[in-house]
Write a protein that binds this ligand. Structure first.
Ligand SMILES: Nc1ncnc2c1ncn2[C@@H]1O[C@H](COP(=O)(O)OP(=O)(O)O)[C@@H](O)[C@H]1O
Ligand SMILES: [Mg+2]
Length: 244
């Protein structure tokens, strides 16, 4: 059994107004899973990913990352294992150039400059943007920003990658490129999205969430072809599957 896994048990969570947002969620994912977390707007997808990276610790139930319980004192350790790609790339990129942004985390972590350089090169290669290394962040297209964001987390060599609505605002070419890049990764991936075509192209498992509860968990074939199930949960079949 691989050491790379996420275990969530009976997770309950509300924001400060007290309305339950995640309800008794139990979930396990391991090494070769590429899991699409799908659900209508407001279903709780983003909240779920944020809790997994410890952006809010006011939950009940348990989250364990590779057997380490997520809590304040384990947060730093856990964040070394998880790379989290924000929905909004502008929240992720804050240095002047792509190269500096990708170097930031490993440098800040205290790695020797030689190792930082190696990490930066590898991360840029993995997302095929070596040529953008010296480009300034504000001159990047939306698709380039998404790839740069991915590189900034890859330079910390995470065991697992969480992406929140990665396809939003990407044109068709950048979207195809991102699908290609993600499919090349061997990491455990969780991809939250209501873009079911994107999920169809990148995931080998689908978890359907509605009002903070897991409604279904199965193969993309099972879930994304089930028009009735999707319809009942405010979603539509992927375009590439309509008429089939
Ligand atoms: N910071 C917040 N404070 C209060 N409520 C929030 C906050 N963020 C999200 N919510 C609420 O939590 C629910 C789930 O939101 P979210 O996780 O963003 O869903 P999704 O990503 O599936 O669209 C929604 O009802 C949303 O309004
Ligand atoms: Mg969201």
């Amino acid at each position: 059994m691989s050491h790379i896994h996420i275990d969530v048990e009976n997770l309950n969570f509300s924001y400060e107004n007290g309305t339950p947002v995640l309800k008794n969620l139990s979930f396990r994912a391991s090494e070769n899973d590429s899991v699409g977390i799908i659900g209508a707007n407001g279903a709780g997808k983003s909240t779920f990913l944020k809790l997994l990276v410890g952006l809010n610790l006011n939950f009940t139930g348990s989250i364990r990352i590779e057997e380490i319980p997520l809590e304040k004192k384990t947060l730093a350790k856990i964040r070394e294992k998880i790379g989290y790609v924000f929905q909004d790339s502008d929240s992720q990129l804050f240095m002047t150039t792509v190269g500096e942004d990708v170097a930031f985390a490993p440098r800040n972590y205290g790695l020797p400059e030689e190792e930082v350089e190696k990490r930066v090169q590898e991360a840029l290669e993995k997302v095929h943007i070596t040529h953008l290394r010296d480009k300034s962040i504000f001159k990047l297209s939306g698709g380039e920003k998404k790839l740069a964001s991915l590189a900034t987390i890859l330079s910390m060599t995470p065991d697992m990658i969480l992406l929140d609505e990665p396809s939003v605002a990407l044109d068709p070419k950048n979207r195809r490129n991102l699908i290609h890049v993600l499919n090349e990764f061997e990491h455990l991936k969780l991809i939250a999205s209501h873009d079911l075509d994107f999920i169809w192209d990148t995931c080998n498992r689908v978890v359907l969430v509605n009002h903070g509860e897991i409604i279904a968990d199965g193969s993309p074939e099972e879930i994304l072809r089930d028009g009735e199930l999707l319809d009942a949960n405010g979603l539509e079949k992927p375009l590439s599957l309509t008429g089939r």
